[in-house]
Write a protein that binds this ligand. Structure first.
Ligand SMILES: Cc1cc2nc3c(=O)[nH]c(=O)nc-3n(C[C@H](O)[C@H](O)[C@H](O)COP(=O)(O)O)c2cc1C
Length: 208
């Protein structure tokens, strides 16, 4: 199995989402020593934002690209190639402002490419990543359960699920550690322990 392991927290040290994704990958590796891991750290290697050149390039045939467009779209081509080469995506991410960090949004803007990762034409739309699965391991300061502080405000899980489903990835598991900030150390520790347990159980299931 080959995975693309993506981390989006701006924090390198002390990041809970990085700890979760690390537990997941380490459990996978312990069960499948031949596991290949392609590592993409969006904090140290943030993808460029889509600008005029990138948007022009993705909406015209490659044969018509100017040298400037080819240069602008090279990052996107490289990211798409890494996604296509993976059997599974492992994404560690925090919730920032109720959604995903801008680096992760930029990553998905690069990944969603008509003709490469999905097809949209007069016959309809279909994703091309149906052979892959994904796990999203997320950390958040507040609690999002029924009646809790941020009930109904989790815009991260449905957004990532929508993008991945659109690209054809139907098997998406979300594992959340929350609340990590506003409910005391005991609640934070319990939330992390429960999420680590879930992450390890899923990694075991992936290698069964
Ligand atoms: C810029 C920023 C925005 C944040 N916005 C939210 C938010 O909207 N909701 C929330 O529950 N926590 C929010 N948090 C708290 C983080 O989700 C929390 O600290 C989480 O543990 C960060 O992930 P990490 O530990 O992997 O760095 C925010 C933190 C930062 C730095």
């Amino acid at each position: 199995m080959k995975i693309l392991h993506v981390d989006a927290s701006a924090r390198i040290d002390g990041s809970n989402s990085r700890a979760l994704s690390r537990h997941f990958v380490e459990t996978l590796r312990s069960r499948a020593p031949a596991l290949k891991v392609d590592r993409l750290d969006l904090a140290t290697h943030p993808p460029r934002h889509f600008g005029a050149l990138e948007t022009a390039a993705v909406s015209m045939p490659e044969a018509d690209h100017t040298p400037a467009m080819r240069d602008a779209i090279a990052d996107s081509d490289a990211i798409v190639a890494r996604v296509l080469a993976a059997d599974a995506l492992v994404i560690g991410t925090p919730i920032y402002n109720f959604g995903m960090p801008s680096t992760l949004k930029a990553f998905f803007d690069h990944v969603s490419r008509n003709g490469k990762t999905f097809v949209a034409d007069e016959t309809g739309m279909r994703g091309l990543l149906g052979d892959k699965k994904a796990v999203v391991l997320m950390a958040a300061g507040g609690a999002y359960g029924p009646g809790e502080m941020f009930d109904g405000l989790d815009a991260l899980t449905p957004h990532i699920r929508a993008i991945l489903n659109f690209l054809g990835v139907a098997d998406v598991t979300a594992i959340s550690a929350w609340p990590l900030m506003f409910a005391g150390a005991e609640a934070a520790n319990a939330a992390m322990s429960a999420a680590v347990r879930e992450a390890k159980a899923l990694a075991n299931a992936w290698t069964r």
